[in-house]
Ligand binder design. Structure first.
Ligand SMILES: [Zn+2]
Ligand SMILES: [Zn+2]
Length: 428
C-alpha cells in the first residue's frame, strides 16, 4: 500500500491527464493506493518508474504517469483528431476550447465511443456537416475544473460523461418536460453551432478535454468501468429512452429486438435488466450463439425463416427495431400482441410501408425515438450502475480510428469501438 497526498487545484491544472488517471487507481481518492495497481497504471499510461511503498506526494505519481505524445501542429488548448473535409479521413488537430465559465465544468476525456453517426457526419452523408469536425458524443472522463455555479453538482475527480447534446433552451415545453432532446434550439455535442457561445462550432470527444455547461454533463457511477461505459451516452440512452417512454420496461413483458449491433445489444441488456423475456430477431443465424450465451437472450428468431416467424405470431409486447438498412416492417407486425408497439430507431433511406389493417386490427402502435433527455440519461446511467450494465467494447488507440471507421462501415465491430483517449491521445 502506498499513501499519496491529494493534489492541490494548481497541481490538477498542471497535470489534468495524470490527475484523471490517478483518480481511476483503486483507493486513490481515499489517499491509499494498492502498490500493484499503481505499478500497472504507470506501466500502461506513463513512462516513469512506479514509486513503491511509503508516503508519496501527488507530484511524484503525476511524474510517473507522465508520457510525451507525438507533437500536433497548430495552436490551442485541446488536442484532437478531426475530419477536414467529407473524405471522412481523420487526422491530428489542435484547437481552443473556451475557458471554464461559472456554469461550466472541464472534463479530461478518458474514452470516447465511436457511434455510427460519427461515420455519417465525417462523410457529410446527411448534408449538414461543417469542417473541421472533431466527432464523438459518447464521452467519459474525469472532472478537472468546476465553475462557481457547478459547485455542489460536480467535484474535482468525479467520473463524468457527455452524450449527444451540450445545450438546449431550458424554456420550451420539451425542455420543461425533460424531453430536451427534442428542443428546437438543441446544440449537439459536435457539428453544432453553440448559440450560447456566439455560434462557435462545437467539437466532440475524439479530443483530450471538453468544456460544457454542467447541466448537460452526466455523473458516471463509480462501479462502471469507463472504457465500457462510454457508449452508454448514445447507444445506451437511445435504446433505454424508448423502452421507458413506451412502457416497455415492465418485468415479465416479452420484448423483441431487431438487429444485433451497437444499439440492439444494449436493448437486449436493458430488457434483461428490466426482467423481461427477450427475443432477438436477426437476419444472421450465426448470431444466435452470441445472443443466447453472451447476451442472455431467451429466444432467437432468424427473420428469413418463415416457420420460426409464424411460430412467434402474437407473442411480443414490443419490438425495438434498430436496423438502418431497408427492411420490411410489415413482416414484424404479426409478431406483436394486441396493443403491441413497434419502435423504430433506425433511419433507412427508403420510407417504410405497412398495411393499416395490420395496425388497427390489433390496435398496434408504430413509434420512433431519438436519443434521450439529460434527466433520463442520468437515470439510465444510475440504472446501469445498479445492474452492472455496460456496452461490449473493443478498445482501440486513436491512431487506429480510420481503420475503425472502415470496419464500422462494414459492421465489423463487436459491438462498439471505445477509443482509449487517455492512453493514446497525449500532449507533447
Ligand atoms: Zn450516437
Ligand atoms: Zn428547449
Amino acid at each position: 500500500m502506498v499513501r499519496v497526498t491529494q493534489p492541490t487545484t494548481d497541481e490538477i491544472a498542471k497535470f489534468p491527464r495524470e490527475f484523471a488517471l490517478f483518480t481511476q487507481i483503486p483507493g486513490a481518492k481515499a489517499g491509499e493506493v494498492d502498490t500493484e495497481a499503481l505499478a500497472e497504471f504507470v506501466k500502461t499510461y506513463g513512462t516513469g518508474s512506479a514509486p513503491s511503498g511509503g508516503e508519496l506526494a501527488f507530484a511524484d505519481v503525476a511524474a510517473a504517469l507522465k508520457k510525451k505524445g507525438t507533437p500536433i501542429e497548430g495552436t490551442g488548448n485541446t488536442i484532437a483528431w478531426a475530419a477536414q473535409d467529407d473524405s471522412g479521413h481523420l487526422a491530428p488537430y489542435k484547437f481552443t476550447r473556451r475557458d471554464v465559465g461559472p456554469d461550466d465544468v472541464a472534463i479530461q476525456i478518458a474514452y470516447a465511443g465511436i457511434c455510427h453517426s460519427d461515420l455519417h457526419q465525417i462523410k457529410n452523408d446527411w448534408g449538414n456537416s461543417s469542417f473541421p469536425m472533431v466527432p464523438g458524443h459518447e464521452i467519459v472522463g474525469v472532472i478537472t475544473e468546476v465553475g462557481k455555479n457547478a459547485e455542489g453538482h460536480f467535484a474535482l475527480g468525479d467520473a463524468a460523461g457527455v452524450g449527444c447534446m451540450v445545450r438546449a433552451c431550458r424554456e420550451c415545453e420539451e425542455c420543461h418536460s425533460g424531453d430536451d432532446q427534442y428542443c428546437t434550439r438543441i446544440v449537439f455535442t459536435y457539428n453544432g453551432k453553440d448559440w450560447g457561445e456566439g455560434g462557435v462550432d462545437t467539437q466532440g470527444g475524439y479530443s483530450n478535454r471538453i468544456v460544457l455547461d454542467h447541466r448537460y454533463a452526466l455523473k458516471v457511477p463509480a462501479s462502471l468501468p469507463l472504457v465500457a461505459a462510454a457508449p452508454l451516452l448514445c447507444a445506451g440512452i437511445t435504446t433505454y429512452s424508448p423502452l421507458k417512454h413506451y412502457g416497455l420496461d415492465k418485468p415479465g413483458q416479452k420484448l423483441g429486438v431487431v438487429g444485433l449491433g451497437g444499439l440492439g445489444h444494449m436493448a437486449v441488456k436493458f430488457g434483461k435488466g428490466f426482467g423481461q423475456e427477450v427475443t432477438v430477431i436477426s437476419t444472421s443465424p450465426n448470431k444466435e450463439k452470441e445472443a443466447r450465451e453472451t447476451l442472455k437472450a431467451d429466444h432467437f428468431i432468424v427473420s428469413k425463416d418463415e416457420a420460426q416467424m409464424s411460430a412467434a405470431v402474437n407473442s411480443l409486447d414490443g419490438i425495438i427495431d434498430t436496423v438502418s438498412a431497408g427492411h420490411e416492417i410489415s413482416a414484424l407486425l404479426p409478431l406483436l400482441k394486441t396493443n403491441g408497439k413497434l419502435i423504430l430507431l433506425g433511419v433507412p433511406t427508403e420510407p417504410h410501408t405497412f398495411g393499416a389493417g395490420a395496425v388497427l386490427f390489433k390496435r398496434l402502435t408504430i413509434g420512433g425515438s431519438l436519443i434521450g433527455g439529460i434527466k433520463e440519461t442520468q437515470e439510465m446511467l444510475d440504472f446501469c450502475g445498479e445492474k452492472g450494465i455496460v456496452c461490449d467494447v473493443e478498445k482501440v488507440d486513436i491512431d487506429y480510428v480510420n481503420t475503425a471507421m472502415d470496419r464500422l462501415a462494414k459492421n465489423d465491430v463487436h459491438y462498439r469501438f471505445s477509443i482509449d483517449i487517455q492512453g493514446s491521445l497525449i500532449d507533447e
